[in-house]
Design a protein around this ligand. Sequence first.
Ligand code: GN1
Ligand code: MG
Length: 358
Amino acid sequence: MNPVSTSELAALFDCFIPNAGPASFEQLKGGHINLTYKVRLASGAQYILQAVNANVFPNVTGLMENVFRISAHLEKKLSTMDPDPNALRFLRFVPPARQSASLSDDKWYWRVYHFIDGVVTRTEAKSPAEAYTAAKAFGRFQSLLADLPEPRLNETIPNFHNTRRRFEALEKAISDDICGRAAGVREEIAGIRALRDAALEVQCAYEAGLMPERTVHNDAKFSNILLDSNDGHAVCIIDLDTCMPGLSLHDFGDLVRSMVCFAPEDEKDVTKIRANREMFSALCDGFLSEADSHLTPAEHKLLRAGGVCMTSEVAVRMLTDYLQGDTYFRIAYPEHNLVRARSQMTLARSILDDLPIV
Ligand code: GN1
Ligand code: MG
């Protein structure tokens, strides 16, 4: 998307909160798909103005329906529990006060929600205590959604974590080679192919009936938790756009992917990438402290396999995007997707080789 001017942002925001007076807009980096701005009004009130990428999420109506159903369910459940100042909170959306053609087209869908103050997000975890906190929050999220009433949520991106299909899409991108990049990434292709069987373990167990479909977050990375800036407790799980039917291990796997190593997702120096046992153990403990009772024996046994699955899968997706000309994940420089793919496949290999089964 071309940069959005301040006057355009102000006009968009006015559709939600009319005549709010002068506002400042700050683009928040992070996220590879949507565009996010923090809005600050002269009164001090703060909001998030966000554009959902309709190329990635063509069924925005279904997406928002999911998000509202989940938020309402969580709010209802939490209201019946003992008030706890540290309980998880959830995003509150502001409905548009008036519709406008600019709010939604085939490229972007704009929405506003309340900003939560006094929090930070981070892309890399620092300590096992932090890993425990994040995994516990996602375990709780899953438990709270276990009794979401029927019907099944909309599958807004079909086959989102269908790992086998992701590998097939990579093979197709290699043979189509529309950008002529395949010859330059032979080593990466071989490395990712070598991970295929281990990456498919979770899907095979699901297909064998060893674990049920659940309502899950589907992008359970560390940066999708707002942490209290004073004491670091988990305040809110954000980015509910991919909440859909899926597997518990997809969420646990993303926690492992995003927290088991201290290097960033796009670390260029792969010698810095190594899965850390203490972090993994803290992630297992935190997740199980909330989700233990609802997991099947196979889900318990495949916790590490969840990490291999999600880390390999994202490497496959990033390499596919690189081969197809970087049309999906936003990049900051030409080889960004290739760098990400390398780092994530190195991490998947290390999760498999360096971590215990549990
Ligand atoms: C994307 O845009 P963001 O950062 O929320 C992607 C996830 C990947 C993640 C990798 C809809 O999420 O699946 O795991 O990047 N989201 C979508 O950081 O494809
Ligand atoms: Mg996301």
